[in-house]
Design a binder for this molecule. Structure first.
Ligand code: FAD
Ligand code: NAP
Length: 336
């Protein structure tokens, strides 16, 4: 548990932008974490997972603790569900593949999302019509202040669209240690989203398995999303804004091509990528940062950008969307 001073953490984030942490170390157990918190009482703490949802904009004046707690296990089962506990430092996609192999079903649509399992509840990760709140049972976390261990049930996590209590009122107050999921014994798949169905039909798969769905999702993602190993990015930079039905109807009168997905409460989710594209930012490059040419929701580092430039670009996008559509975009990425 050696603490390294002024550690270069550029390679620890998928944006791969210049980043220095005042102090840095890793932890592999809850005991190590608690000891680190006790020994560094008055130091600001930041938890790092896979770094796939962080934009570092300045010197990180904190002790950065990289979560490397490992392990996955079946803890119990009933007639309908398997209860699977996964340590926070496990790679999310490897966990998904492990569950598929064991026939624990329900997270196949979340294949290939980068990062760790511990960060998954932070923003209630979601893709292709599934969010982790759909399969979440409980999580264990350590209170940074008191060092006590607390179990959060689903209600206490206050999950929302790319949101949870840990991203809002409890921001930076808890370190998630493990997450328990309630996974289906019987198939209950969601194949209606995007091109999943199309791919299954093209492969003549009438009764898909979780593995088939995972493979289809991986195929779609590989064809559409920029790989951070090739070009620095953190996935969707902004959340898709949710507006009232009335506001959507008024905008639709002016912009008849504006896409919208009606939620169960009658609010409407508008793809942020469309709004950004309409403001002329798709493919735009400023210095060494920019908006991806195929995916307007993904901001990128072409290699030699910096966090301030990227933050500024995001501000310009937010201003433009606000002026044109009177919609305030919210960043999904965590700013450090
Ligand atoms: P990090 O980036 O390391 O951390 C994110 C935040 O969580 C930070 O504030 C950090 O302090 C905090 N944190 C991390 N671990 C813990 C912990 N154990 N306890 C407390 N706080 C913690 N997201 C989606 O929802 N759906 C997608 O489909 C999706 N696709 C993506 C595709 C690409 C190419 C990329 C680059 C990103 C994508 N993302 C997606 C975003 C990202 O992968 C997820 O948000 C992921 O859960 C982040 O995990 P991480 O371990 O990398 O978190
Ligand atoms: P897409 O399928 O081209 O869809 C564009 C947008 O329209 C998405 O943002 C999606 O909202 C919405 N949408 C599409 N079909 C929908 C439906 N049937 N019902 C409700 N909403 C629908 O998006 P994409 O960029 O290729 O991404 C595919 C999936 O991966 C999406 O679920 C996306 O959220 C997820 N993803 C997330 C990140 C991230 O960093 N957060 C990065 C890459 C991909 P939703 O986003 O709400 O699904």
């Amino acid at each position: 548990m050696e603490i390294v001073k002024n550690k270069n953490i550029q390679d620890y984030t998928t944006f791969n932008l210049p980043a220095i942490a005042k102090q840095f170390t890793t932890f592999t157990s809850i005991e190590e974490l608690i000891a680190l918190l006790r020994n560094n009482k008055n130091t600001p703490i930041k938890i790092l997972g896979g770094g796939s949802n962080i934009l570092v904009t300045q010197y990180v004046d904190a002790l950065v603790l990289k979560n490397e707690i490992k392990g996955m296990e079946l803890t119990s089962q009933d007639s309908k569900y398997y209860y699977i506990k996964c340590a926070a430092g496990e790679n999310w996609h490897q966990f998904v593949l492990w569950c598929i192999e064991k026939n624990y079903q329900g997270i196949e649509n979340l294949s290939l999302i980068p990062g760790t399992t511990g960060a998954a509840p932070m923003q209630n990760i979601g893709a292709y019509g599934v969010e982790i709140q759909d399969v979440f049972y409980e999580l264990t976390a350590v209170d940074v202040e008191t060092k006590s261990i607390k179990v959060f049930n689903k209600k206490q996590c206050k999950f929302g669209y790319r949101e949870s209590v840990f991203k809002k009122e409890l921001k930076d107050q808890y370190v998630i240690i493990d997450v328990t999921f309630k996974l289906n014994k019987e198939p209950n798949y969601n194949t209606s989203y995007g091109d999943i169905e199309k791919i299954l039909v093209a492969k003549n798969i009438a009764t898909p398995t979780a593995k088939d769905i995972s493979t289809a999702v991986i195929e779609i993602r590989n064809s559409k999303l920029p790989n951070p190993k090739e070009i620095g990015n953190a996935g969707s930079f902004f959340k898709n804004p949710v507006i009232t039905h009335t506001k959507y109807a008024n905008l639709y009168l002016k912009y008849s091509k504006m896409p919208g997905f009606v939620n169960s409460d009658d609010s409407v989710k508008v793809p942020a990528a469309w709004l950004i594209e309409q403001c002329g930012f798709k493919g735009k490059r400023i210095d060494d940062v920019g908006v991806h040419a195929k995916q307007a929701l993904v901001l990128v580092n072409y290699g030699n950008g910096n966090g301030q430039q990227l933050l500024e670009l995001s501000e310009n996008i937010m201003d433009a969307v606000q002026r044109k559509f009177n919609i305030l975009l919210e960043r999904e990425v965590n700013i450090w």
